[in-house]
Write a protein that binds this ligand. Structure first.
Ligand code: NAD
Length: 360
């Protein structure tokens, strides 16, 4: 089969890690007889440099015409002083909105070989954990009214959060469906003791829960959830939450799996297209040095194989290859911290995963 993939390399380590993931897809294609065609488009800072704007129409149209989208990361200090509307990160919100990607799946799984890389106590990670964070992606405070004004104390800035029943229902449904395919436990995270949007969130999730009697659904305040994630991550299976809470909690969840360089994500809407990207940013501090961990992006293309193309066997194989190299002791710098072991470079880790793919 032939699949058209819009390739948004972006900035910083974006080009290095997406190149690794492209090699993995090409290898899978060669083994299973699929043809993945890559169509590169500009996004973020590199788009600003070339065209003056972070999300050119050509990029949006290219993504809309593709079967799926692979994104590296955007942003960096070079563009940090631009006004908010013109910054690279604005392109992320724009492309999610243009493609209607309201569901962000962020699996946080501890690979058995990485127990030692987790900052949590050994007894907390001994049995591993496997959490699916379902984050709302096109609403809430990241998309609300914002601006500057004169307030009681002079100049002030404001951002507002709004959620409709429609938006909560559709992300809630995605989470209940995800829970039905897993262990049927769902925790809805909000701040209903303070925020009006959270009270509507909670009421709507409770109403939906009646449609999914097989799912054990409970509520948790976001501050408690942040604490419970490091106290006992195994208590969680599926977590559903708003855009900003999900952004923050998934970074926390990533760190307890060993490194932010391990976590993949899928952004989905009502079509099968979706956009697949690591949850980390463009890591300007290590860009261009060939030391980034490519695994989050490689696991993102495993999610693409599974969700966008329905290629389950192929997706499993990529995940097994990652499992194998980690079990063999392969580590990029972010995974070994300050030990004496020599870390693999990004290109070396990619080569190990490609070799594992061939030999499985
Ligand atoms: P970051 O995720 O880029 O980096 C945080 C830390 O994690 C850094 O020390 C970095 O070196 C490390 N890190 C991240 N990915 C890694 C990898 N694959 N391998 C090894 N180490 C890795 O977050 P930040 O520093 O807050 O942001 C940098 C830029 O990225 C900013 O401009 C920010 O706006 C942008 N950003 C973009 C996205 C995106 O494109 N989806 C997401 C978050 C941040």
């Amino acid at each position: 089969m032939e699949f058209q993939i819009a390739l948004l390399r972006g900035d910083g380590i974006g080009p290095e890690i997406t190149d690794s993931a492209v090699k993995v897809l090409e290898s899978v294609g060669a083994q299973y007889g699929h043809c993945f065609r890559f169509h590169p488009y500009l996004i973020g800072g590199c788009a600003i440099d070339e065209t003056g704007i972070p999300l050119p129409d050509e990029t949006v149209n290219g993504c809309l015409a593709s079967d799926s989208v692979l994104l590296g990361a955007v942003g960096g200090p070079k563009w940090d002083d631009l006004p908010g509307e013109q910054r690279p990160e604005k392109a992320l919100l724009g492309i999610r909105s243009a493609l209607g990607l309201y569901t962000n799946l962020r699996p946080a799984k501890l690979f058995p070989a990485l127990k030692g890389a987790s900052p949590l106590r050994a007894d907390l990670v001994e049995q591993g954990f496997d959490i699916m964070i379902v984050r709302e992606l096109t609403g809430g405070i990241y998309f609300g009214d914002r601006g500057m004004r004169t307030g009681k104390f002079g100049e002030e800035a404001f951002d507002t959060e709004a959620y409709s029943v429609f938006e909560i229902e559709r992300i809630g449904r995605a989470a209940f469906e995800a829970a039905m395919k897993r262990s049927r436990r769902l925790v809805s995270v909000d701040k209903a003791n303070v925020l009006e949007t959270s009270r509507l969130w909670r009421k709507t999730i409770h109403r939906l829960a009646a449609e999914y009697p097989k799912v054990i659904c409970s509520d948790m305040f976001v501050d408690n959830a942040a604490m419970q994630l490091v106290r006992n991550p195994r208590q969680f299976d599926v977590i559903v939450t708003s855009n900003m809470f999900g952004d923050i909690l998934s970074d926390e969840a990533s760190q307890i799996t060993g490194s932010i360089g391990m976590l993949a994500s899928a952004s989905l809407g009502d079509t099968t297209r979706g956009m697949y990207e690591p949850i980390h940013g463009s890591a300007p501090d290590i860009a261009g040095q060939d030391i980034a961990n490519p695994i989050a992006t490689i696991l993102s293309v495993a999610m693409m194989l599974r969700y966008a193309f329905g290629l389950t066997k192929e997706a499993d194989r990529v995940e097994q290859a990652v499992d194998t190299v980690l079990a063999n002791g392969c580590r990029t710098a972010d995974l070994i911290g300050s030990t004496d072991a020599k870390p693999l470079r990004c290109s070396e880790m990619t080569a190990e995963i490609l070799a594992a793919l061939q030999s499985l």
